[in-house]
Design a protein around this ligand. Sequence first.
Ligand code: OGA
Ligand code: MN
Length: 295
Amino acid sequence: MTAATPSRSTTEASALVIKPLSSFTGAECTGVDLANLKAGEWDRLREAYGTYSILVVRDQQLSKPDQIAFSERFGELELPIRADYLGKDYPALHVVSNLGKDGKPNPKAALDNPGNFFWHTDASYMQRPASSTLLYAIEIPPSGGDTLFANMHAAYDALSTEMKQRIDGLRAVHSWEQSRHNSGSRPASAEEIAAAPPVAHPLVRTHPKTGRKGLYLGNHTSHIEGMPIEEGRALLKQLLEHTTQAQFIYRHQWLTGDIVIWDNRSLMHKASDDFDMGGHVRRLHRTVVQGDVPR
Ligand code: OGA
Ligand code: MN
């Protein structure tokens, strides 16, 4: 474990304002510079993150090292499974974009990772999946390309008592290989499968910090351990449909300079593919924090 490198902090008075974005998830943070935190701001951000599961911090100007230093406050950073996602200059910072090799917007580049357009929770195919993801908007198309978030605690709470009993104690198998298949991506390579063999996690997981129960599933799931494959997939499909109903969703419309921090233990997310991928640039800087074994 590498020690976290704290981002700088000063003792000037804070102008940080934290405002809820919806009745059940998300808070907007303004008047703060994540590269120069003032006294008390980190504690307030961390507390709000525990309450809202998504922080949308506006108007940031972060270099790659600034984003990495701030991200490390949340824990150790995780490197992507895909070798081609390792950032060239900073391996832990991966650029999400629709830019082709020639530097021009290209739908093929955006669709190179179609999994982002399916509901998922980051790296759930790992034994220790991502706790938090930080996505920072460098360039955003004039319309479309939102990111959608579904709150899995609210969705769990809304299940019938019968369904809660039915799924209690079940474990879902998450698999990088199956995930690639689910999203119609190029098949997983042998190296990738070796780095991320299938792993089972509780279908209902308890958030390690808040103790709240939530469904834990998405595009990386394959089937339910100990259940006939098709029966397990039908159950996962039913729960996914339940969880992604409008009342559990916060839709983020990006502004350049936003950094969005979300809790993968509480939320699923997906990108929307409704922007002009050949005509406009969508480019974001992504860092991922490694979490604990789900329980
Ligand atoms: C991700 C992701 C969605 C988006 O970076 O993990 O799923 O809107 N991104 O780009
Ligand atoms: Mn993701």
